[in-house]
Design a protein around this ligand. Sequence first.
Ligand SMILES: NC(=O)c1ccc[n+]([C@@H]2O[C@H](COP(=O)([O-])OP(=O)(O)OC[C@H]3O[C@@H](n4cnc5c(N)ncnc54)[C@H](OP(=O)(O)O)[C@@H]3O)[C@@H](O)[C@H]2O)c1
Length: 258
Amino acid sequence: MKNNYTLITGATSGIGYELAKLFAKDKNNLIIVGRDTERLKKVKAELEEINSIKVHSVEADLKLEAYVEKVIKFVDENNLTVENLVNNAGFGSFGHFHEVDTEKDLDMIKVNIYALTRLTKSFLPRIIELDKGGILNVASTAAFVPGPKMSVYYATKAYVLSLTEALGEELKDTNVKITALCPGPVKTNFQSRAEVMKSEKAKKYMMDAETVAYIGYKNYLKGKLIVIPGLKNKFMIQALRVAPRSAIRKIIRSVNTK
Ligand SMILES: NC(=O)c1ccc[n+]([C@@H]2O[C@H](COP(=O)([O-])OP(=O)(O)OC[C@H]3O[C@@H](n4cnc5c(N)ncnc54)[C@H](OP(=O)(O)O)[C@@H]3O)[C@@H](O)[C@H]2O)c1
C-alpha cells in the first residue's frame, strides 16, 4: 500500500469520479473534494472498498477562496503528502457573453482558473521535492479555439492548456509529470449544468466519462503532456490548427448552437 495521496477536485461525478476509481484501483490513497456532502460520503465509502485504500473527503466550494485554502489546510493539518494533484472541478456557461449572468461567469473563472492555480502553487513545489507524481489538469478541446456562445468557458480552458504546457517545459529536468487532458463533449452533468445547446451533429461526438478518464489516466502515467481522447477529436483539433482563425470562429459558432 502506498502512503502518499492523490488529491482530486470534483471527484463526486463525471470525469473526476471515474479518475478517482482508476487511481484507487492502482492502490493510491485519495483526498476527494466536492460540494455535495451526501454524494461525498457515498463516493468516499465506495472508493474505500477498492483495495482498502485510505480516503479523506473535503467539502469545499472552490469558487470561494476560503474553501480553496481549507483544502490546503486540511492536507497540512493531517500531515498528508500529495503525490498527484488532479485539477478536475470545473463548469461552463452557455449563451452570448452579454447575456450570461455576470456572477456565473466570474464564479467559473474562480473555479476553472483561480482554484486550479492556487492548488498548483501550493502542491507543485512539494511534488517537485518528492521528484515523482505530478499534476493532471482537466482542460478541454475548447482550449484550442475561441468559443462563441461559450466564450468565457473556452477562455478558461485555454488558460489551463497554456499553463500546463508551460509547466511541462519547466518540469523537463525532473521526474514530475504534468498533463492537460483535453476531452471533447462528454456525457456527464456538465452539459445540463451549463445549459449547453450543441448542434445534433456535435452531440454524436459525445464520449462517455469512463473512457475519457481511462485514456487520460493511462497517458498521464506515461507522462504525455497533452491528451485528446478520441480519434474524431484528435482529427478535429489537427484540422483546426491549420484552418484560418476566421473560419474556426464560424465553425465553433455553428457547433455551439441548436
Ligand atoms: N462534459 C464535457 O463535455 C467536458 C468536456 C471537456 C472538458 N470537461 C471538463 O471536465 C471537468 C469535469 O466535468 P464533468 O464533465 O465531469 O462534469 P460534472 O459531472 O458536472 O462534474 C464536475 C465536477 O466538478 C465539481 N465542481 C463544480 N463546481 C464546483 C465548485 N464550485 N466547487 C467544487 N467542486 C465543483 C462538481 O462537484 P459538485 O457536484 O459539488 O458540483 C463535480 O464533481 C470540468 O473541468 C469540465 O470543464 C468536460
